[in-house]
Design a protein. Structure first.
Length: 339
């Protein structure tokens, strides 16, 4: 017989621990019951790229699974989103170069691509939030979010009335929520006043209050051909190294009358999502931007990651950080997985 006294521990061997966190992870029903963070289709917004024409779908090579859609196909995609229980759609127009000018006048055209898209989607859906982008860059021959002077500077105060005209035109078309993404000072207050003066007190404002000057936007700019024709956006979008500025911008936009606030990009800025969540008293949206989405797709194509699992994990992390709503190109994929 063996005289060893240091045998491998038996199943019955225990250590005297009164606190065992693993007990709350032992069964699926327990894990489901005590989970801090929920994620459902109602937390998602699907961005849509719209283009002129009929029955036109133009794939976006840098954003696998995404395409520029003519209005009729965008309507069908919006109906699909509504049927999946998704909260809303955000519309981004791909405007022909011939319609772009220095003052972005096409943005306030009541019969423009954005306005036609809003009317068509609102007519075809009944319980879907329609969110419109307010910024000069899709319509500007300079490709900037604000008005560019002859000296090449972005003029904040010249930009504001242009944005106001856009927002009122979008509201007139039926937008539920206008979303200024330009990062000009004072634009939330100016747009709120313009909407109210035009009788659109019911139309909400989602302010891109914390929008960083990020390299993660690359595929989006390919999709809309909206990159600046000269210079960069560092004088109005935020420095990625700044945290306090995000809180300041968010508090200002809350004071000026925003209804929702946005942090963009998403995953690299989860600390900012939490900082803003803890300081303001408004719903927080976060944008899972094109670069983040495309990285998941590219890595999955190589077999390096599981796209579905990583998408749900990323979206759950946004919610855990404090986001109420998530803009993501994977909204339909996620909604199908969450059913």
């Amino acid at each position: 017989t063996s005289s060893h006294t240091m045998d491998a521990p038996h199943a019955s061997a225990t250590i005297n621990l009164s606190v065992r966190p693993r007990r709350n992870r032992r069964l699926a029903c327990i894990r489901d019951a005590v989970r801090d963070t929920s994620l459902g289709p109602q937390h998602l917004v699907l961005p849509l790229f719209v283009q002129p024409g009929t029955r036109r779908s133009t794939s976006i090579p840098s954003m696998p699974g995404c395409a520029r859609l003519s209005i009729d196909l965008a309507v069908a995609k919006a109906q699909e989103a509504e049927a999946a229980g998704i909260c809303g759609v955000a519309i981004f127009p791909c405007v022909e170069d011939a319609k772009k000018c220095k003052f972005a006048e096409e943005g306030a055209n009541d019969d423009g691509l954005m306005q036609q898209s809003v009317r068509a989607i609102k007519a075809a859906t009944s319980n879907l939030l329609v969110i419109t982008d307010v910024a000069m860059d899709p319509y500007s021959s300079d490709g900037h979010d604000g008005f560019v002077t002859e000296a090449g500077e972005i003029c904040n105060d010249t930009t504001l009335p242009i944005l106001c005209k856009m927002a009122v035109s979008q509201a007139r078309a039926g937008a539920d929520m206008v979303a200024p993404s330009d990062m000009m000072d004072g634009r939330v207050g100016a747009i709120r006043a313009a909407l109210d003066a035009a009788g659109f007190t019911h139309v909400s404002i989602l302010s891109y209050s914390t929008k960083y000057c990020s390299a993660f936007y690359g595929p989006f700019r390919h999709a809309l051909d909206s990159a600046p024709r000269g210079g960069d956006k560092k004088t109005y979008q935020m420095d990625p190294g700044n945290r306090i500025e995000a809180i300041r911008e968010s508090l200002l936009d809350q004071q000026e009358g925003a209804d929702w606030l946005m942090v963009k990009p998403g995953l690299p800025y989860l600390d900012i999502v939490r900082e803003v969540r803890d300081r303001v008293h408004l719903p927080i949206a976060v944008y899972h931007v094109s670069g983040e989405y495309s990285m998941l797709r590219a890595a999955a194509k190589e077999g390096w990651i599981d796209y579905n699992a990583c998408l749900i994990e990323a979206l759950t992390c946004f919610r855990r950080a404090g986001a109420n709503v998530i803009f993501t190109y994977g909204a339909l994929d996620a909604a199908a997985l969450l059913k």
